[in-house]
Design a binder for this molecule. Structure first.
Ligand code: NDP
Length: 501
């Protein structure tokens, strides 16, 4: 569960008890980690349950003080964590720093707002129950299990971890097998500011460790990863009626309307599709461009994307493909599109040189090509010409995924955004919603359900606890066998007067 001495030579060796995380840029070993057994996972959850009382009793102010101390520690050690993220994912130093800036902003927001959003408050008891006082508070669930992916190994799980902790839960986190060191770093720095109890622990290993966490008796399981694994997580959690939050994949569309600022749209498409080597759940994958601005848009995207180069140096535009198996998926999507008549205006199959993939921009891609419907998770863009923005909305809404989207339009941005079936939309920018801590983040359909971030993200890790207190006896009390028949008649008359007109 914790980081061990770097003696194991390769991934998955040593009788399956330890494994290495590797730098995808070089294949070098970044660190060694133990493979948690099912018993280890159960023990971690048991310890987390023991720690729950301590953490819950600190109250909002006490937890805020600890979470603020953790935030300051993370800021102090930002370069160290950035280097670790870059080593385990291969992403460029600036992509890792951008990720960490968002982590810190969200941690600050969750700690600051938890009391206001979740704390006890009075609720109006209404005309019929005027003699009762009503109150509501949102209580922590207990122990929250978090399973995270490798593409944003700090930002995506922290969307659950920070909000679950701020809401008063303890957490057991299973990071991706590709980024265990980042998980260990987060838990060990938290342990420096909360040394008394294991409030936030990490269990490392492969997919079966995640599966064990689903069955370990946690009070909620927050999963971020592929739709395919999300379905397995939900099925496993169903056995014990463990509630789940599923943040799954996407195939996010961008709409470029007739009245768009085409330069800004091209800039957004290139950055949104290619930063972090396109390994972004809510990255731009498919672009629908109105006929009137199509040629200019493709020209600008071609010009901008052609200049970008992946590499292992810290100043590269973007890094390698982190997960080796993903390279084959990118290759199959590009090959399938080209075979079906698409054209590559930037790059092509020759751009795929594992572990690096140079930008590939495809146009005239058939609507049912893999590159147009499945998550590619590479530095690729699919651009298709449509008659107008309304046709673009129809195409954008045509898939089962519904995570995020972007719209570029000078006059119709919010109107078009309102027509999109997805969790988040940025108008005249890309991915802006992820950087606004107060906005909930999550999808619909195959992109999952439940929300991280914002007030909804805090409530996601709580249950509502409602209380009424009778203040005085009512003239009309229908909830007793002592009532007379006139009481009910009067109540019905009152309802008619109040609500019948
Ligand atoms: P995976 O679904 O492969 O894995 C996600 C996590 O689940 C990993 O920690 C993995 O462990 C674990 N896991 C694997 N099998 C099981 C199982 N049977 N039961 C429980 N846990 C299991 O996703 P990736 O790591 O490849 O991440 C990429 C995906 O994540 C993309 O689809 C992307 O769109 C999505 N994503 C979604 C986001 C969102 O907020 N909606 C944000 C970021 C990514 P191990 O790695 O050890 O196999």
């Amino acid at each position: 569960m914790t980081q061990t001495a770097p003696t194991t030579p390769a991934r998955g060796e040593d009788e399956g008890r330890r494994f290495a995380s590797l730098d995808p840029r070089t294949g070098e070993v970044v660190g060694h980690h133990s493979v948690a057994s099912e018993d280890d996972v159960r023990e971690a959850v048991r310890m987390a349950r023991d720690a729950s009382e301590f953490w819950a009793e600190l109250g909002f102010d006490g937890r805020r003080a600890r979470l603020d101390a953790w935030r300051k520690l993370l800021v102090k050690r930002l370069e160290e964590l950035q280097t670790l993220i870059s080593a385990e994912t291969g992403k460029s130093a600036d992509d890792a720093r951008t990720e960490l800036a968002l982590v810190i902003d969200h941690l600050h927001w969750a700690a600051k707002h938890a009391g206001k959003v979740l704390g006890k408050r009075k609720i109006s008891s209404g005309m019929l129950m005027y003699n009762h006082a009503a109150s509501l508070e949102y209580r922590p669930l207990g122990v929250v299990g978090v399973i995270g992916p490798w593409n944003y190994p700090a930002f995506t799980p922290m969307g659950s971890i920070a909000y679950a902790l701020a809401a008063g839960n303890t957490v057991v986190f299973k990071p991706s097998e590709f980024t265990p060191g980042v998980g260990v770093f987060l838990a060990s720095t938290f342990g420096e500011v909360v040394p008394e109890f294991p409030v936030f622990q990490v269990v490392t290993g492969f997919g079966d460790v995640g599966a064990a966490l689903c069955k370990s008796g946690v009070d909620k399981l927050a999963f971020t990863g592929s739709t395919q694994t999300g379905k397995k997580v939900m099925a496993a959690c169903a056995e014990s009626l463990t509630p789940v939050l599923l943040e799954c994949g996407g195939k996010d569309p961008m709409i470029v309307a007739e009245d768009a600022d085409v330069m800004a749209a091209a800039d957004g498409a290139v950055w949104g599709g290619i930063f972090n080597a396109g390994q972004t759940c809510a990255g731009v994958e498919r672009v629908y461009v109105a006929e009137a601005v199509y040629e200019e848009f493709v020209r600008l995207v071609t010009e901008k994307a052609s200049k970008l180069r992946p590499g292992g140096q810290s100043n590269a535009d973007f890094g390698p493909i982190t997960m080796p198996a993903q390279v084959g998926i990118i290759q199959s999507h590009v090959a399938d599109a080209l075979e079906r008549g698409a054209r590559a205006v930037v790059g092509g199959l020759e751009s795929i040189r594992a572990p690096y993939v140079e930008p590939v921009v495809l146009v005239d891609v058939p609507a049912d090509a893999k590159a147009a419907v499945e998550e590619t998770f590479g530095p690729t863009l699919v651009i298709n010409r449509v008659a107008d923005a309304d046709e673009a909305v129809r195409q954008a809404n045509s898939l089962a995924y519904g995570l995020g989207a972007s719209v570029f339009s000078r006059n119709r941005g919010e109107e078009l955004a309102g027509k999109l079936r997805c969790g988040m939309v940025s108008v005249n920018s890309v991915l802006a919603y992820a950087s606004v801590p107060g906005l909930p983040f999550g999808g619909v359909g195959d992109s999952g359900f439940g929300r991280i971030h914002g007030e909804d993200g805090l409530r996601e890790f709580t249950y509502a606890h409602s209380v009424t207190r009778k203040r005085f006896g009512a003239v009309l009390d229908p909830m007793t066998y002592e009532r007379g028949s006139r009481t009910i008649r009067r109540v019905v008359r009152l309802v008619r007067v109040l609500y019948g007109r």
